[in-house]
Design a protein around this ligand. Structure first.
Ligand code: NG6
Ligand code: CA
Length: 508
């Protein structure tokens, strides 16, 4: 009898314990909003004075505004690859900017950020730009179901466009299928030769409503009066109109939130603004007085406000974390003559930083990063160094998940930093632009490389020099004073550190 009682008691206490553990694990909804090419200085809450972004500013005012947050890379595909996989992209070849017909580059059998949420019982969705490839090969039939893609790497729901707004095919896919596909008007895509009879920008520049920049390409198939990278034919009804694309994404994002309001959900809402071609909807054209790039930023700020309205309307704002960030730094002339340069009017998209998109200087990867959860997070500015790659380890820590010992990540658990419980972030980060750099505390070392130090197409300093560069970011955030000759030992130490991180074997 005694035995039975003590046995029952053990079971009882185990149940209580389990219940307590369950309660510890919080399951707030997570909305990760990622802008495309939005710079550190593009928002009024990050110091912009020529442009006003009240909706994002409000998120920052009630949340944490990070001043030293990074994407891993200064361009889109590698940066998003890292976000999803928790791995530095430069460890794997084939992770640079992808054409619109590329095959999927995310492994389907590995842990990913959306899978972390799925394992924790969340419904996961992506709405917006993908740019991580689709299908298992380049040659694919766009008129059939296309797999693998976002749904195979952890998203229950996907509504995406394949690559960038300036690349064909200019169509949406919902889960595995092209939206509004017309079987009598088959879609064909090629990045090597012209397909079909659609006019191209180089043959018919007079048909363009947005002129391409000289020597920037963007002069192949014309869709909606804009020359694109790559050729496509067919799918006339399925093609997007740039002006309504962000509205479509917004509607899909709002619907996803509405449909999942009863259960925890993770939504990756990948905006296309202010990436080229900048062609905002009529209500924003001309509004910023800074050209179409400024108008696109106003449009994205508005979309963020609409998401906030939606979660308030559904009564789920207390249990929803909104994270707002960008995939890489800013660029003005990235392919079209859209007024970004001529109407800049003193606006500084890069803020106090040097470089921009593509660059290994800080403006390449240091991006706005705001986390908002009024219920649990106290408003503050955090100077902690964090990276988007850390979301994977941080959320798996939140859900007390064990990552298999065969999977090693570059992702670090910084959950307490994200929740504002500490202002200590990671101490070391590898930055990735034209070359690699390592930041260790206040010091940044840029590895020497061969190539031009200035890209005249985009008017951005690449950061490439044939000699080492060393900057003290605490005193010199603008990377103006190369201290490499003054501190050769520091250079040596950081070079060794970078080499060591480079040779680590991860997730293989
Ligand atoms: C570059 C394109 C640029 C843009 C970028 C991708 C040229 C000359 N430039 O190669 O217009 O499409 O790729 O941007 O073609 S990203 O934000 O998706 O990385
Ligand atoms: Ca980008």
């Amino acid at each position: 009898m005694k035995k039975i009682i003590s046995y029952l008691l053990i079971i009882f206490f185990q149940c209580v314990n389990l219940h307590a553990q369950k309660n510890i694990i919080q399951k707030p909804n997570i909305i990760f909003i990622c802008a495309d090419d939005l710079g550190y200085g593009d928002l009024s809450c990050y110091g912009a004075t020529k442009i006003n972004t009240p909706n994002i500013d409000a998120l920052a005012a009630q949340g944490i505004r990070f001043t030293n947050a990074h994407s891993t890379s200064a361009t889109c595909t590698p940066s998003r690859y890292a976000l999803i996989t928790g791995q530095y992209p430069w460890r794997k070849s084939g992770t640079n900017i992808l054409p619109g017909d590329a095959a999927l580059i995310i492994p389907t059998n590995k842990t990913t950020l959306p899978k972390v949420f799925k394992t924790a019982g969340y419904t996961t969705g992506i709405v917006g730009k993908w740019h991580l490839g689709l299908g298992d090969k380049v040659e694919k039939n766009w008129n059939n179901e296309i797999t693998p893609g976002p749904n195979e790497v952890g998203f229950d729901y996907s509504f995406i466009f394949p690559a960038t707004a300036d690349r064909v095919p200019t169509i949406f896919l919902e889960n595995h299928k092209v939206v509004a596909l017309d079987t009598t008007d088959a879609i064909e895509v090629s990045y090597s030769h012209k397909v079909g009879n659609d006019p191209t920008g180089y043959e018919h520049p007079e048909l363009l409503k947005l002129k391409s920049s000289p020597n920037h390409g963007h002069d192949q198939t014309i869709v909606n009066g804009i020359g694109r990278i790559g050729y496509m034919s067919g799918g006339k009804i399925a093609r997007w109109a740039d002006e309504e694309m962000p509205l479509t994404f917004l509607e899909k994002a709002k619907t996803f939130i509405q449909q999942n309001k009863q259960h925890p959900f993770f939504l990756y809402y990948a905006l296309t603004e202010p990436h080229v071609p900048r062609m905002p909807s009529t209500m924003f054209k001309g509004k910023s007085k800074l050209g179409l790039r400024g108008d696109a930023i106003l449009q994205l700020d508005w979309a963020v406000g609409e998401i906030v309205k939606q979660i308030k309307y559904l009564g789920i704002e207390k249990n929803t974390i909104i994270i707002f960030s960008s995939d890489n730094g800013p660029v003005l002339n990235d392919g079209y003559q859209d007024g970004a340069v001529t109407m800049l009017n003193g606006h500084t998209p890069w803020g106090p930083l040097r470089g921009g998109k593509y660059s290994i200087y800080e403006a390449g990867t240091r991006i706005p990063f705001i986390i908002n959860w009024p219920e649990k997070i106290k408003p503050q500015t955090s100077n902690a160094m964090i990276c988007q790659i850390d979301l994977l380890a941080s959320f798996s820590n939140m859900f007390q998940q064990q990552i298999s010992s065969t999977e090693k990540f570059d992702s670090e658990n910084i959950l307490n930093t994200l929740l504002g419980k500490t202002q200590k972030g990671r101490s070391v980060l590898v930055e990735h632009g034209y070359t690699l750099a390592v930041v260790d505390g206040d010091w940044k070392y840029i590895a020497p490389a061969n190539g031009k130090s200035y890209d005249s197409l985009t008017s951005i300093e690449t950061g490439i020099l044939s000699k080492p560069q060393l900057y003290n970011l605490k005193n010199d955030i603008g990377e103006k004073h190369n201290l490499a000759e003054q501190y050769p030992e520091k250079v040596n130490e950081l070079k060794k550190l970078l080499d060591k991180i480079k040779t680590q074997k991860n997730n293989e």
